[in-house]
Design a protein around this ligand. Structure first.
Ligand SMILES: *[C@@H]1O[C@H](CO)[C@@H](O)[C@H](O)[C@H]1NC(C)=O
Ligand SMILES: *[C@@H]1O[C@H](CO)[C@@H](O)[C@H](O)[C@H]1NC(C)=O
Length: 383
């Protein structure tokens, strides 16, 4: 019972507070001009969490954020995430907005992603995709009510109210980056076969979430597939067994599951195009972009892709943000040059890697159909 109340309270905080933190996602001249998306709503895990889990369950500690923000900024990285580059976000204070909630700025959307989230429970976080979708639905209902009340009240000009216009929910871009934790949690608790067998249901739940957003008026969907799970240094260190690494040193079985997930996701999106005729879907092959970076890290000016910057899994396990002195050796100090590392903390990517991947995926070279994010509203249906 107590757990339940805790969750209800957290949800209250989430819906009232941090969901609106998505500030300053500029859709200005260089941003989403082509489609002119007035807002973006994001659903996902730590790959795109800009403050959710830090504001609720696990505070993200220094040196996270050191490269770009100069302090922890709710992201598990030294700087910005792919989602920040989507929004052309140059600067925003996520947790700060939770506190100074009078200055909330909803016009540019909201980010419901939280670290550890999976499409389905159980996972590493209670905020699975179903919960994120219901947070969005509440967000939409509450802001719509507020907008309508303010429209009747002439003393508060709507132009300064920062409430999204109800009509903008169907002009917004809905972005997804989720699924990695369904597989990651699966590999920790099930056999490889069971993980593979679970994929259709995970994809089915993801499709259900998209259906719900469509019912709420959502039309434009930009969906990242899942990255090469078996290339995360954490998984290589703890998951390697004789003969199970590929030629680049990644755990084969985990990458095969990720690729199978992606095949089924792509098929499901083709099916969704037939089911939801007014929607536009862009499937984005983040897997291939990340794998290209990892397999070619040294030629691209990075150190070995499995050499991560913050925390330690060798000799003594310590997560990024913590420090320990064992037998006279200090563990947990970050590296000197995070921008030379693909992996920031063994699980999450560095800002430099996120920027490299963003440069390649946002212009459409990894998209199906091959449209850039600015054009994701008028992509052609490919049969
Ligand atoms: C520290 O020293 C002890 C005793 O020699 C040894 O058992 C332990 O493995 C060492 N720990 C690390 C992390 O080096
Ligand atoms: C996208 O940008 C990358 C990196 O700058 C470039 O190599 C690629 O050719 C571009 N693709 C398109 C379709 O513009």
């Amino acid at each position: 019972m107590e757990e339940q109340w805790k969750l209800v309270c957290l949800l209250g905080i989430l819906v009232l507070g941090f969901a609106q933190q998505w500030k300053e996602v500029e859709s200005n001249a260089q941003g989403s001009v082509s489609c002119g998306f007035p807002a973006m709503y994001n659903f996902g895990d730590s790959n795109s969490d800009t403050g959710g889990i830090s504001a609720t369950l696990n505070e993200i500690l220094p040196p996270n954020g050191e490269t770009f923000f100069g302090h922890p900024a709710g992201r598990a990285s030294d700087g910005r995430l792919i989602v920040d580059f989507i929004g052309k976000c140059t600067f925003y204070l996520s947790l700060f907005c939770l506190i100074c909630s009078f200055d909330l700025h909803y016009l540019h959307g909201a980010n419901f992603a939280t670290g550890g989230s999976s499409v389905r429970p159980p996972g590493f976080s209670p905020f699975n995709l179903g919960i994120q979708i219901s947070q969005f639905i509440q967000f939409k209902a509450r802001t719509t009510t507020l907008y309508n009340q303010l429209s009747l009240n002439r003393r508060i000009p709507l132009s300064i109210s920062n409430i999204p216009k109800p009509a903008e929910f169907s002009q917004a871009l809905y972005t997804f980056d989720i699924g990695q934790n369904d597989l990651g949690h699966g590999f920790q608790s099930m056999s490889e076969k069971q993980v593979l067998d679970s994929i259709p249901h995970i994809i089915g739940e993801l499709a259900k979430a998209i259906h719900q957003l469509y019912k709420e008026g959502g039309r434009f969907f930009w969906i990242h597939n899942t990255g090469p799970l078996g290339c995360l240094p954490y998984n290589v260190i703890y998951g390697k067994k004789a003969g199970n690494l590929d030629k680049n040193g990644c755990v084969k079985s985990q990458n095969e599951a990720a690729m199978e997930f992606n095949r089924q996701l792509k098929d499901k999106i083709s099916w969704l195009r037939t089911q939801l005729p007014f929607a536009k879907f862009t499937y984005v092959d983040v897997y291939s972009a990340k794998y290209a970076l990892i397999s070619n890290a040294k030629n691209l000016g990075f150190v070995d892709a499995f050499n991560f910057c913050c925390g330690s899994f060798y000799g003594y396990h310590i997560n990024c943000g913590k420090r320990a002195i064992v037998n006279g050796t200090v563990y947990g100090n970050p590296c000197e040059h995070p921008s030379k590392h693909v992996s920031w903390d063994g699980i999450h990517y560095s800002q430099a890697a996120n920027m490299w991947v963003s440069d390649r995926i946002l212009n459409g070279s990894f998209s199906d159909p091959p449209v850039s994010i600015q054009d994701a509203c008028h992509n052609l249906i490919r049969m």
